[in-house]
Each structure stands twice: as C-alpha cells, then as structure tokens.
Write a protein that binds this ligand. Structure first.
Ligand code: H2B
Length: 96
C-alpha cells in the first residue's frame, strides 16, 4: 500500500519549528544535522538506516565529516506523505 500525499499542511508545522525547511525545487523537506565529529554523525546515520528499513522509507542524504544534509520525500508519491513526517521525527529524536 502506498501512502497518499499530505493534504493537511499543519502536520508539517512541528517539523518546520524544529529546523526542517521546504525544498525550493520540489515537494520535499530538508534539514542539515551537525554533530560533534564523524563518529557521532555516522553513528546517527547507522541508527537512522535501521529505522529507515523498519519504516521501508529511506532518506536522500549526504555526509561530509560531521555534517549530514538530509532530504525527505516519498518518491512513489512524488511529494510528502505521513512517512516523511515519521522519519523526520525519528531523525530528530535520534539526534537529541
Ligand atoms: C519497494 C519499496 O517499498 C519502495 O521502493 C520504497 C522504499 N523506500 C522508499 N523511500 C522513499 N523515500 N520513497 C519511496 O517511495 C520509497 N519506496
């Protein structure tokens, strides 16, 4: 079963308050995470990878040393769905 694109934008509000922004070029959300060092950054990415497998929903991301740039979008929906909200929320929790 494929999730539907969000119709209710209020679901995004908590994430926008937590530092996520809307992408310029497509319906997606982005956030840059910065960690103490590479070990912390990659450790977080490992935890997120396991969560992504659990949700069957995967980030687009780029890591440079202690920085990880993340874009979340549901490819099958070509936009944002509940799965992006869930994964973003888990990413924030794991980064605390
Ligand atoms: C077959 C499998 O369920 C799909 O390819 C999943 C995997 N992870 C995914 N991740 C994201 N971000 N979007 C998708 O549409 C998606 N589809």
């Amino acid at each position: 079963m494929r999730p539907e694109r969000l119709t209710d934008r209020t679901a995004l509000e908590p994430l926008l308050k937590a530092g996520w922004t809307l992408a310029q070029d497509r319906e997606a959300i982005e956030k840059t995470f910065r960690f103490a060092d590479f070990r912390a950054a990659f450790g977080w990415m490992t935890s997120v990878a396991l969560m992504a497998e659990k949700l069957d929903h995967h980030p687009e991301w780029r890591n440079v040393y202690r920085t990880v740039e993340v874009t979340l979008v549901t490819h099958s929906a070509n936009g944002l769905t509940e799965l992006d909200i869930r994964l973003a929320t888990e990413m924030d929790k794991l980064a605390e």
